[in-house]
Design a protein around this ligand. Sequence first.
Ligand code: ATP
Ligand code: MG
Length: 423
Amino acid sequence: MSDKIQAIRGMHDILPDQTPRWQGVERAFRQVLAAYGYQEIRLPIVEKTELFKRSIGEVTDIVEKEMYTFDDRNGDSLTLRPEGTAGCLRACLEHGLLHQPSQRLWYMGPMFRHERPQKGRYRQFQQVGVEAYGMAGPDIDAELILLGRRLWKTLGIEHKLELQLNSLGTLEERLVYREKLVGYFRAHVDELDDDSRRRLETNPLRILDSKNPNLAGVMQGAPALDEYLGEESLTHFQELTRTLDDAGVAYTLNPRLVRGLDYYSRTVFEWVTTELGAQGTVCAGGRYDGLIAQLGGKASHAIGFALGVERLIDLLADPESFDGAVCPHAYFIRVGSLAERSGGLLAEQLRDALPELRLIVHCDGGSFKNQFKRADKSGAGLALILGEDEARELTVGVKNLRKAGEQATLKQSELIPYLQSLI
Ligand code: ATP
Ligand code: MG
């Protein structure tokens, strides 16, 4: 016997017993996003490698070591998207969507990063991304945070997530800060790890983003960015925090929060939990005004966030609560050849009349006993039973599978109103 082929490490199947909770969570996303007027955009999974290099930045974990990059048959370098912001902006520029004064968009789908697989960290994972274009003021920053909070509320996990907030200021402000930071880390170069030493030359802010616990001490003493923010950046940030205060959103100011990607400016934020071990960031985002020009567009404004759906699902207190909505209403038992023929037709009539009805028709024969077992296992609330007698007499047996009680007999013509009252 030949070996079975297995899925790629870090890329997971979502099996039917899990899909109901995914669907439940996806429904919640759609509902909340619609409540704020965000529109869905669907994007390719593969883009030109250049797009990610130019947007995410050459000196980032993603571009340096996590991308799935390959040459296609024409020799073009392509990459499986590691995140959605770059592709979303590319599409908006390509189709002139940014000519509108403002845009509110979202997307959902798989992202790919060649990381070391572990709980909450996969090579293919699902993100929901939310992006808003064309708006400079802090009110849109606040809206994205409120939208996030509403989502956690809808899913019943708001008490498990804490909001961390920082402002990275403008590019000019960051350059001044960068000098100070490099000076500090040069003086403490012995305490840095190899990655951080390398970053000292290329992207020193990213050192603050390091996950190496041995660096905690040296990080503590590092200068904080907020002392280098100018008047406008400070006002922008204060207005944001004031709006959050007004709305009763709790947050922690974290001056070391810099985010992994190059393209952020001003507001950055993360929703974190202590319940998922090292993979505690469920949702992360920020303002990235500079990226539009960097990708060849006319300078404008942009802010967004992405959330990891696997991590979010791991946080659900009661994932089974999503499952009920997809159980079949009824399981159709058919025994005998006449019952099979007329039962199949009857089922189609029921589906014509009741589009919301979830009905499984038993296929492949078997005894009543065997079919009842399957009906029970399917999770259906009701069995519809058709034997040769019922088929001839144009009746149908009906039995509640979740409550003790007798089987009743209905005329087939009574079945539609009967089922209608149940769904
Ligand atoms: P981390 O610090 O955990 O590596 P990140 O900063 O690389 O995250 P982002 O690029 O900001 O992550 O992606 C947004 C969200 O997507 C993360 O907060 C997380 O929930 C999720 N995410 C990122 N990488 C992975 C992964 N490899 N597997 C599962 N979820 C992920
Ligand atoms: Mg990462």
